[in-house]
Each structure stands twice: as C-alpha cells, then as structure tokens.
Design a protein around this ligand. Structure first.
Ligand code: SF4
Ligand code: SF4
Length: 291
C-alpha cells in the first residue's frame, strides 16, 4: 500500500473517531495507551512592553503600556494546563521583551517542575544579555532553558552570544535567520475578510497563547486590546475566540477546535502576504492595519 493511501486511511479513522467518541473518552484512551494528552506548543507574555519596538510587531507591544505580568498568575495558568495536557512540546516565554521582567528567574523552576519534559525557550532580542548576572546563566543551565534570539538588524553580536552561551552549556540559537524584513499584519477592522481563507494561509495558527486562564489559538486576539486602546478601535474578541480553561477541560476537544478558524480570523489578512524592511515603529496605524 502506498504511504499516501495509508495516511488518508489514518486521517479518515481520526475523523470518524472524533465524530463517534466523546472527547473525554479520547483523552482517557490516550492516557491509557501511555501516550498522554499533548499540546504542540504554547507561549505567554512575561511582560507586555518591549525595549526595541519593531514596526509590525505581531504582539502589538510598541503600543502596550508597561506591564510586568504576575508570576503567580502565569504559574496558575500552567497548573490548569497540566490538568488537561500531560505534555507540551514547546513552551515559549515571550513578550514584549522577557528579560525586562525583574522576576524572570522565579518562573523557571516552577515551569520546569510542572512540565519536566517540555522544551522551554525564552525568545529575546538580546539587548539585555550583557546586563545579566551569573545567576541568570546558571539558572538557565540548571533548568535546561534555551534562548532563542530574534536576530534583528541591531547592534547585538548575536553570533558571539550564541557561541558563548553554547560554551556555557546553554542551548542558544537564532529564532529566524532573516529578520531584515517583517511580515505586515494587514488587519481589516471591518471584519469582512474571508475567515476560512485567512485561516488556511495563516502562519500563526500554531502559536497558541495563554493568558488569564484562557487559551487562544494564536497571538493577535489576546493582544489586540493594545491596538484597540492606542488607536481607539474596536476589534472584537468573542467568547468563542478562546478556550476558557475553567469550562473546557478536554485536550482532544481543544486540539479539534484548534484545527478550525475562529471568528476573529475575519479580521486577518486573506490576500497575498506582504513584507516591509525592518524598521523601528513610528506607532502608525498602517503598521498593523491595511491602509
Ligand atoms: S523585539 Fe519582538 S516583541 Fe519586541 S517589538 Fe520587536 S517583534 Fe515585538
Ligand atoms: S485569528 Fe485566525 S487567521 Fe488570524 S492569526 Fe489567528 S488563526 Fe491566524
């Protein structure tokens, strides 16, 4: 039998299983089989603001007020996640710039305890690396936390840092090799875009995001309040645009929901993806909204 035929059969069985088996029972079977329930990846803001402020930042952080997220709230969110997902592939600590948070080190041990097998990765623009004390590097090494460098065209010697960190026994690498250009968000405030098309071409639909007990498929909806507030806009986040972790507690159901567009997708770009040369934000509307 051809591999493609086998894949088709497996996918059909999965679809039928989703139709006939309750999600809780699917979770039960996964746990019984020893595979456990699983989420591919999740990210969270440690701070909302940033010390770089790139145009087109897809977390809208140039527009955000200074806000250091509470470590206890984040840990509570991860305790909730653990009751649903036995394992998470990758946990990204993001922002804004996570190294701005004075209590960054305090979150690493509890996160590692809750999810001992996950890849835990801090995404940083690297500007504050040379201000870190030895305890920062020792803690990263102790809890096996990686650093992913966003590698923007700024005065940070990323190559040297990656070499140095790797020599210290800390995983460090580039987040992306080409950061000389930024993807334009091109949001449409009318909300009249084709949400199925936007979803099908979306590159962010696997960037799941957690905040305040709510799990989102992607990053724009949970952070859109920064854009709304700054420009007095009204991009709406409906209750169906996120998973309330106090109400939906099945991993299989959540993973099934994450395969479909949400209502918020109607604001997202459904045309050809456009890029702009990397630059610092002027906090102009057209950095995020299609003009
Ligand atoms: S460094 Fe990252 S978080 Fe900060 S503004 Fe740039 S893209 Fe956004
Ligand atoms: S709202 Fe939909 S189209 Fe927009 S980033 Fe999220 S998943 Fe993608």
């Amino acid at each position: 039998m051809k591999l493609s035929t086998l894949v088709k059969i497996i996918n059909s069985i999965k679809k039928i299983t989703n139709l006939i088996l309750p999600y809780d029972f699917q979770d039960f079977l996964l746990r019984k089989s020893g595979k456990g329930t699983y989420l591919s990846q999740v990210e969270f803001h440690l701070v909302d603001h940033c010390n770089l402020n790139c145009a087109h930042c897809n977390h809208f952080t140039p527009l955000a007020d200074e806000n250091f997220c509470k470590i206890d709230d984040i840990i509570n969110d991860f305790k909730k996640l653990k009751t649903i997902f036995d394992n998470i592939g990758k946990i990204f600590i993001v922002g804004g710039e996570p190294l701005l948070h004075p209590e960054l080190l305090n979150i690493l041990e509890p996160l590692r305890t809750i999810y001992p097998k996950s890849e835990i990765i801090i995404i940083t623009n690297g500007i504050l690396l040379n201000k870190q004390e030895d305890s920062f590097f020792e803690t990263l090494k102790k809890y096996n936390i990686a650093l992913s460098m966003t590698h923007y065209p700024i005065k940070v010697d990323y190559e040297n840092w990656i070499k140095k960190l790797n020599e210290m026994g800390i995983k460090a690498y580039y987040f992306s090799l080409d950061r000389n250009k930024m993807r334009k968000q091109n949001l449409n405030p009318d909300g009249k875009n084709d949400k199925n098309k936007a979803f099908s071409m979306c590159v962010e639909k696997k960037c799941h995001f957690i905040r305040d007990g709510k799990l989102y498929i992607c990053t724009p909806a949970p952070n859109i309040s920064f854009l709304n507030k700054y420009f007095n806009l009204n991009f709406e986040v409906k209750k169906t645009d996120y998973i309330d972790l106090n109400k939906i507690k099945s991993a299989s159901k959540i993973n099934a929901l994450f395969k479909k567009p949400i209502d918020f997708c109607r604001y997202c770009n459904d045309k050809e993806i456009e890029f702009d040369t990397y630059r610092i934000s002027k906090k102009e509307l057209n950095e995020w909204v299609k003009s």
